[in-house]
Every structure is written in structure tokens, then in C-alpha cells.
Design a protein around this ligand. Structure first.
Ligand SMILES: Nc1ncnc2c1ncn2[C@@H]1O[C@H](COP(=O)(O)OP(=O)(O)OP(=O)(O)O)[C@@H](O)[C@H]1O
Length: 516
């Protein structure tokens, strides 16, 4: 197969694409649910090969085949790299289909179209959310290196991913990490002449230039998201969990300082700058907030979370950063432990189940109260904490809000992504005591994803309940410093939830106009 060179489309077609039926595969289990519909683990009947089938959702489409699917297919056909998910073929189902409950699919084509991908055992959010799992520094370096390598390849090929987040980073049991979900990706020209939509990238990972209304942008938008993921991996929880766009910007300014003409020439001309500029200058506090990270990690993070996109580090430069060349070195992917399959969809489903069980148990207890006893309660001096405490106060299990059992991309449409685990879930990481933990085995920890941004476009945020520009958003967590880096009050509120993607109810609609 011909591999596209930088900036070229791979013109070689696959004549057989779309000619096979989905009946060539046996669906084994649902592993994801996103904008397109369901993602299944499946086995190819003839070869026994395990693949992922992503069904292209057609029921909402008034105008035929969704443009995002066309984009994803077109882009994935030209990208061939070990750190980019491989699209193997397209298959169709000629007749009406039923879902797992036996209900007929409502799509007007009365058939389905599936993308067949190589199967990956985990997504980063699902993996990091496993109870008892904590990534080591060599492991974080190993994943970060692969993320940057894959992204560098995309950028060299003039593709912006525009939705970098944990659930779109897939990992197999060989330790390989691959970028997935190119549904929001698009080609860009290096001169940034075209107008692009700024309603892309899941809110917690969205860079300040998009939040300030930029419509001309480039690969730096993805690098901001990478910085958020990097800090999240080291910190153990999302670092900028805004509930809506204004609050997101506010959080960014509190951490990264306020933008001005000195640190970001031209910022005052950005479309929404005047709506959101803080009334007084704010100090950059990355090095203070993350002082427990080691020096090289901090240097790299600082360069990724640079407000001015022109000054933000590129994937190529990040790959040669000291961080990756100093002890402890990134580990060999193959040396990483193998875990039971974990996708965000499944881990959240399990958590939802656990919550239901707890509620049932509580109800039963109320109905059948224990006989009164005079004995004092038994004091547990050690051993396992109650599961609901283990998850921390912000965990969906304990949160009074309805459980948000899936991330922005999964089956909780119309809501922001659920709160990440509580502050106690995540141990401080990085080099606190002068040496990294070189143990490559699993430890305690976790990692969680972000919400869908609120709906709507255009300037912006009227009536959104945003803090006035410059006011602090609801309880910034910064300044306390790990491990008391509390973000607890950030969660549980409504973000004016919208559809299952960061673009709006139907992200395809965003592509019809001049902004892409
Ligand atoms: N090739 C794959 N192997 C294993 N799991 C996969 C694969 N592709 C997707 N998944 C799982 O399905 C989930 C959803 O996939 P994906 O993000 O591609 O769908 P989507 O409809 O575009 O979602 P979103 O609404 O987030 O944009 C992923 O987070 C991952 O857990």
C-alpha cells in the first residue's frame, strides 16, 4: 500500500472497501459509545482476528452520510503510522439492524455502515480509571513520547486532530499508544488562511485562542491539549475542569496568567478578548502549582501550556525536550504490564453499576433497619476503606448529581462529562523526593476525562452564569498545591450540556458553513 508523503493525499483506493457485509464479523461486546453510535469489539469470522467496529450513526442525518465520518475516513486513509489508529476497511449491513435490546435501528437507510479498526485493549481514560492503577514516570514518559510522535506525524501531514483527550488515546497490551477518533480532525494549510470553527476540542483540553474566538489556528491547538493530558497524568486528575467556556478561560488565566500584548502580541484584537479579559493582571503560577513535578517535566509543561500559540512548543520540539532524555528514561512499551481490557465506556458502566448496588443496599437497609445496639461502632484501624469513600467526594458514586457514567462521548448525552475522581484518588506524582519511582508495575492512581463544552456558538456566554471577566470562577483549586489541590467544587454543576460531542448537538452541522 502506498503511504502518503507529507501533505499528500494517499490516492490509492481500496476497491473492496464497503463491499463486505458486517456479517463477516461477530460482535462480542460494546466497548464505546460516541457521537457516531456504538463501538464494538468483534471477531472476523474467517480469520478470528479481533477488531473494533465503529458504527456510523445515520439516524440524525438529514443530509445523508455524515460529513464527520467522511472526514474521518478520508483523513485516516492518508495517515499510516504506528501511533495512529489503523482503519482497516468499511463494511455495511444491508438490512435493518437491531440494537442489543432487540430494538430496530431508526436510520432511514435501514442498514448500517461500520468502520473497521484494529482493536486496542484500552483507552487512556479507561485504563487510568482502573482502581488500584497508578502510572509510573517511565510509563508516563513512554505514553507521552508516543502521543507526541503520533501527533507530530499528523501535523507534518497537515492534519489537526482537534479532539485530543484521554478517551481518544488508545493503548494496547503491548504498550502501544495510538491516536484515535479523527471525527473532528481536518487538514490545514500552513499559512492558516482559511477560517476554522473554534467550537472544537473538549472543553477541559481547549486552548485559550479558541476560547477567545480564533478562527485561524494551527497545530498549537493540539499541543495545548497534550499539555493538559501531560499534567493530568502527573497530577492524577484533570487540571482545568471548567464547567463552561468562561469558567474554562478563567481557570486557564488563574494557572497560566492573564494574556496581554507583551506575552501574546495581538491578543487584545481577538474577537472575545474584551468580554473576558481579567480586570487586573494575573500571575503565571504553573511552577508554583505543580512545584512537586520534577524540573524537566515542569519545563516541558510550561512550554506546552504557553498562552501565545505562536510561542507554544511544537510536537517535534517537545520530543527532544530534556524530559525524555533524562533519568528515568521512558520505558520500553513492551515492558509495561498487561491489563484486562478497559475502555472508558466500560469502567464508567461498572461504576454506575456499583452506584446502583450501593443505592439498593441503602434502600434495603432503610427498609430493614439493623436492631439497635448499645455497643459502640467497631473502629477499623486499617484495611480497606468503604468503596464510596475510596472514590473521593467528587466521584459520581458520592456525588448527589445523577451519575455521569460516561464521558462526553458516551451515553450521557446532554451533560458534561462527569466529575473525575475525588482529590484523594490521585497520589502526587513526579519527582518529589529527588528520584522517580522506577517501578513499572501498576500502582494506585487514576485519570479521568473531560466534559462536553456547553452548547452554542458566537459571542458568547451570555446568560451562561459565567463569572464576570476577571472574577474567579467557582472555587479555583490552584494555590493549595498538591496533594490538597482541591477541585471539588468544580463538579456536579450543569454545563448547559449539549450533545455528545464538543461541537454541539450534532457536530456535523458545524461543517456546513464557512467555518470548518
Ligand atoms: N480501535 C478501537 N479499539 C478499541 N476501542 C476503541 C477503538 N476505537 C474506539 N474505541 C473505544 O470507543 C470509544 C469511542 O470511540 P470514538 O471516540 O472513536 O467514537 P466517537 O463516536 O467519535 O466518540 P466521541 O463522541 O468521543 O467523538 C473510545 O473512547 C474507545 O474506548
Amino acid at each position: 500500500m502506498a503511504v502518503a508523503g507529507p501533505g499528500q493525499l494517499n490516492v490509492e483506493e481500496y476497491p473492496s472497501w464497503g463491499s463486505r457485509s458486517v456479517d463477516c464479523f461477530e460482535k462480542l461486546e460494546q466497548i464505546g459509545e460516541g457521537t457516531y453510535g456504538q463501538v464494538y469489539m468483534a471477531r472476523e469470522i474467517r480469520t478470528g482476528e479481533i477488531v473494533a467496529l465503529k458504527k456510523i450513526r445515520m439516524d440524525n442525518e438529514k443530509e445523508g452520510f455524515p460529513i464527520t465520518a467522511i472526514r474521518e475516513i478520508k483523513i485516516l486513509k492518508k495517515l499510516h503510522h504506528e501511533n495512529v489508529i489503523k482503519l482497516k476497511e468499511i463494511v455495511t449491513s444491508p438490512g435493518p439492524e437491531t440494537d442489543e435490546q432487540g430494538n430496530q435501528d431508526g436510520n432511514k437507510f435501514k442498514g448500517g455502515i461500520y468502520m473497521v479498526f484494529e482493536y486496542m485493549d484500552h483507552d487512556l481514560t479507561g485504563l487510568a480509571d482502573r482502581p488500584g492503577l497508578r502510572f509510573t514516570v517511565p510509563q508516563i514518559k513512554c505514553y507521552m513520547k508516543q502521543l507526541l510522535t503520533g501527533l507530530h506525524y499528523c501535523h507534518v501531514n497537515q492534519v489537526l486532530h482537534r479532539d485530543i483527550k484521554g478517551s481518544n488515546l488508545l493503548i494496547d497490551n503491548e504498550g502501544n499508544l495510538k491516536l484515535a477518533d479523527f471525527g473532528l480532525a481536518r487538514s490545514f494549510s500552513t499559512d492558516h488562511t482559511g477560517n476554522l470553527t473554534n467550537r472544537v476540542i473538549t472543553l477541559w483540553y481547549r486552548p485559550p485562542e479558541l476560547l477567545l474566538g480564533a478562527t485561524k489556528y494551527g497545530p498549537a491547538v493540539d499541543m495545548w491539549s497534550v499539555g493538559c493530558i501531560f499534567a493530568e497524568l502527573l497530577n492524577g486528575k484533570p487540571i482545568l475542569p471548567g464547567k463552561n467556556e468562561p469558567e474554562q478561560l478563567n481557570k486557564i488565566f488563574e494557572l497560566c496568567g492573564s494574556p496581554d500584548e507583551l506575552n501574546w502580541p495581538g491578543v487584545s484584537k481577538m474577537p472575545w478578548y474584551n468580554n473576558f479579559k481579567p480586570p487586573r493582571p494575573m500571575k503565571r503560577r504553573i511552577r508554583e502549582v505543580f512545584r512537586h513535578f520534577d524540573r524537566h517535566a515542569l519545563d516541558l509543561l510550561d512550554s506546552m501550556l504557553t498562552l501565545n500559540p505562536e510561542k507554544r512548543i511544537t510536537a517535534q520540539d517537545a520530543l527532544v525536550a530534556e524530559y525524555f532524555w533524562n533519568d528515568p528514561l521512558p520505558c520500553d512499551p513492551k515492558s509495561l504490564p498487561k491489563y484486562e481490557s478497559s475502555h472508558e465506556f466500560q469502567t464508567k458502566k461498572k461504576r454506575q453499576q456499583q452506584r446502583q448496588n450501593e443505592e439498593t443496599a441503602k434502600r434495603q437497609k432503610l427498609q430493614h433497619p439493623q436492631p439497635h445496639t448499645r455497643l459502640p461502632p467497631i473502629q477499623h484501624t486499617g484495611g480497606q476503606a468503604h468503596p464510596s469513600h475510596w472514590h473521593g467526594p467528587n466521584h459520581p458514586i458520592n456525588n448527589p448529581q445523577p451519575p455521569v457514567s460516561a464521558g462526553p462521548s458516551h451515553h450521557q448525552y446532554g451533560r458534561p462529562r462527569g466529575p473525575p475522581g475525588g482529590p484523594n484518588r490521585y497520589p502526587p506524582s513526579g519527582n518529589q523526593s529527588g528520584g522517580y519511582n522506577q517501578n513499572r508495575g501498576a500502582q494506585v492512581g487514576g485519570y479521568s476525562g473531560g466534559p462536553y463544552p456547553p452548547q452554542g456558538r458566537g459571542p458568547p456566554y451570555a446568560g451562561s452564569g459565567m463569572p464576570a471577566p476577571g472574577q474567579r470562577g467557582a472555587a479555583s483549586g490552584y494555590g493549595v498545591g498538591p496533594p490538597n489541590y482541591s477541585q471539588s467544587s468544580q463538579f456536579g454543576g450543569s454545563a448547559g450540556g449539549r450533545g455528545p460531542n464538543p461541537m454541539g448537538g450534532n457536530r456535523n452541522q458545524q461543517y456546513g458553513g464557512w467555518q470548518q
